[in-house]
Design a protein around this ligand. Structure first.
Ligand code: NAP
Length: 279
């Protein structure tokens, strides 16, 4: 029996088990995927015990993504640059750390807009946290025309860009999204604004942004955020965060269970039903 789990603190909010158990069933795999809550002080001993118990690997979620890099024997290029892992695999007695969040965003964008080449776009990213950093790194590999990063704490935006080290990038304060007459083709919300339960639902004045054609929100609950609804009212094409959530899970499932799963409409419907149930 192949075993894997997501570890976090708290972890009850994680949807990873729903995704992985859907694929386990779909592929008739003899396997299990659980969620395990672990306090930061017990992180290392938990990871080592799961390796010794023969687990294939673990997904790592908040707040362990940075700390978990210290436990890994080897890191992928993205995990090394970001100093954060969301996937650990145990292979030949080695603990290997990877970060698949940003590639999940890029895959999802390519699925939704197959005719658009990211290299032709000027891209704005709102937020400079873990998700924004991972997205900026993956986008930089697509060589877009420009990446702008907006954050309340501008130091964090500057640090993000130092790490990503992309030649055509600029940090801004988050207020500049509405104050400066900037123009981009794609704007990405990588802050939690708009998430179910948050009082802030939107801070973007889409009318002030020149040339914007696409708006992507990485928030996946609700399925349509306030910002997405406003963007669509300005004829901007939108993408929600569900695709990123599903695509970042694909390489994890493949390393845990040996099959590359598909992000099918059936899976999307399964998750959307879950979102509607927990609303
Ligand atoms: P994080 O590391 O805590 O970073 C949060 C970022 O949002 C920071 O840049 C923070 O700015 C900014 N922010 C927070 N509240 C804000 C507000 N009220 N107004 C403006 N900016 C605000 O979090 P994260 O891990 O990057 O996650 C961010 C969001 O993405 C969460 O909602 C998460 O659920 C979602 N997410 C989705 C996926 C997916 O697969 N779709 C994957 C990962 C994350 P400061 O630095 O100034 O505090």
């Amino acid at each position: 029996m192949k075993k894997a789990a997501v570890i976090g603190f708290p972890v009850k909010h994680s949807w990873s088990p729903i995704i992985h158990n859907y694929w386990i069933k779909e592929h008739g795999i003899l396997g299990e995927y659980k969620k395990i809550e672990v306090h930061p002080s017990d992180l290392k001993s938990l990871v080592i015990s799961k390796k010794e118990q023969g687990f294939s690997g673990l997904n790592i979620t908040i707040p362990h993504k940075e700390k978990a890099t210290e436990i890994c024997d080897e890191l992928s290029e993205s995990a090394r640059v970001l100093q954060a892992v969301n996937l650990i695999t145990f292979k030949n007695n080695i603990i290997y750390g990877d970060n698949t969040d940003g590639d999940g965003f890029v895959e999802s964008f390519k699925e939704d807009f197959p005719d658009i080449n990211l290299s032709s776009l000027r891209i704005g990213i709102l937020g400079a946290g873990g998700a924004a950093k991972s997205i900026a790194l993956s986008l930089s590999k697509e060589n877009p025309k420009k990446i702008f990063v907006f954050n309340r704490n501008i130091d964090r935006a500057e640090k993000l860009l130092e790490k990503v080290n992309f030649h055509a990038a600029e940090p801004f304060h988050i207020d500049d999204i509405n104050l400066k007459k900037l123009s981009f083709d794609l704007l990405i919300n990588a802050t939690p604004v708009g998430m179910a339960g948050m009082t802030d639902t939107n801070f973007i004045n889409f009318k002030n942004i020149g040339g914007i054609e696409f708006f992507a929100d990485i928030v996946y609950n609700p399925e349509n955020t306030e910002s997405m609804i406003l963007a669509r009212s300005q004829n901007i094409k939108t993408m929600g965060g569900l695709g990123m959530l599903l695509y970042q899970a694909v390489p994890s499932f493949e390393s845990f269970f040996g099959v590359r799963p598909e992000v099918s409409n059936g899976l999307k419907q399964h998750i959307l039903e879950h979102i509607r149930r927990v609303k």
